[in-house]
Ligand binder design. Structure first.
Ligand code: AMP
Ligand code: MG
Length: 337
């Protein structure tokens, strides 16, 4: 693609070629903020070793300071720079799943500023599976801290237009790599305890991880009272503007329930969006496609001024666990029928 750019209310919109990536890398090195594509969602990047730049991420997103960031790396030496020890299990998973949608929580080194890990003694690290992301980190020569490139609480962006609709004028640049392949955030796996624990389900599923490790992989939930195992768990996330109601339970019952609910709202002149109905739940491609399209659909509901979103629950097998996690967090109400 040609090295072209234009400016959207102060933010450079870059079409990634060699020159554009070098320009973005220079912005990162100078302490600026650049949104970039990854295979999961778009990230909002800053040099992970620059506390002021990292503070900028929290400010423009409106992100609570106690919610740590994932650090993105392009090679093994960057992992060694930001961690204090890397267990065998972690090396094995990096070998097998990187680059890819798997973030590993490891003990952090003193090179990581407190802001990145919100004062925790650990740091989450991953290598994204996207050529633009890898070239950017490589050109910058530093690991890049990057949460999703949306205003806090909004659905994550899966294309450059979504990034700009939340952050135009607030960030220095966005590298436009088209739509993201996975469409949901990475799996966050904690490797600092006796057993591997999934803190957030994502692109690499629990089934795949336990079969790779040959041991059970636990899934962590927050009881809403004690300190959450991962700070992100306590925040409502991924929310479209319209309220979202999620229906779970046997398929026939939930479809009938949602149809009745849709009729109820339509009769009152409220614009309804029925999410998920088109998918055949028996097919894995269906669920992966659903994951890929979820945030795009939620943002489309905003654009079309939908009044209420009615979503059908899916099976929590495979990538379905990540889809249900995000739908549950987006929902104002979850109803089991
Ligand atoms: P985001 O980058 O917006 O997709 O969010 C990153 C997620 O990873 C949040 O849910 C964080 O709470 C979680 N996370 C990042 N670093 C750590 C860490 N060191 N320990 C536990 N969870 C983390
Ligand atoms: Mg996020």
């Amino acid at each position: 693609m040609a090295d072209t750019f234009h400016r959207v209310t102060g933010t450079l919109w870059l079409h990634p070629g060699r020159k554009a990536i070098l320009k973005a890398a220079r912005i990162i090195c100078a302490g600026g903020l650049v949104a970039f594509p990854t295979e999961t969602v778009y990230g909002l990047g800053a040099a992970a070793v620059n506390p002021a730049a990292v503070a900028g991420i929290f400010a423009v997103k409106g992100r609570p300071a106690d919610n740590p960031l994932i650090v993105h790396v392009a090679d093994q030496s960057q992992v060694d720079r930001i961690t204090s020890s890397v267990p065998e299990k972690a090396r094995y998973l990096m070998e097998k799943f990187w680059p890819g949608p798997l973030s590993l929580v490891l003990p952090r080194s003193s090179a990581v500023p407190d802001q990145v890990s919100a004062g925790l003694s650990t740091v989450a690290v991953r290598m994204p599976d996207h050529p633009v992301a890898l070239q950017l980190i490589d050109a910058a020569g530093v690991p890049i801290a990057a949460p999703s490139a949306n205003r806090s609480g909004r659905p994550s962006p899966t294309c450059a237009r979504h990034v700009l609709s939340d952050l135009a004028g607030r960030i220095d640049a966005v590298l436009d790599g088209g739509f993201c392949r996975v469409g949901l955030e990475s799996t966050v796996l904690d490797l600092t305890g006796p057993h591997p624990v999934i803190l957030r389900p994502g692109g690499v599923t629990r089934e795949i991880l336990s079969s790779a490790l040959g041991e059970p992989v636990l899934r962590s939930f927050w009881n809403g009272v004690a300190a959450p195992p991962s700070p992100g768990m306590k925040y409502r996330h991924y929310s479209p503007m319209a309220p979202l109601i999620l229906a779970t339970g046997p398929r026939i019952r939930r479809l009938r329930f949602l149809d009745n609910l849709a009729a109820f709202y339509r009769n009152r002149g409220i614009k309804v969006c029925l999410l998920n109905q088109a998918f055949d739940k028996g097919r894995v491609e269906g669920e992966q496609d659903l994951a890929k399209r979820l945030y795009r659909e939620l943002r489309r509901c905003d654009d079309e001024h939908v009044g209420i979103i009615l979503a059908e629950g899916v099976s929590i097998r495979g990538i379905g666990a990540a889809v249900m996690n995000r739908l549950g967090k987006a929902a104002v109400r979850v109803i089991r029928v």
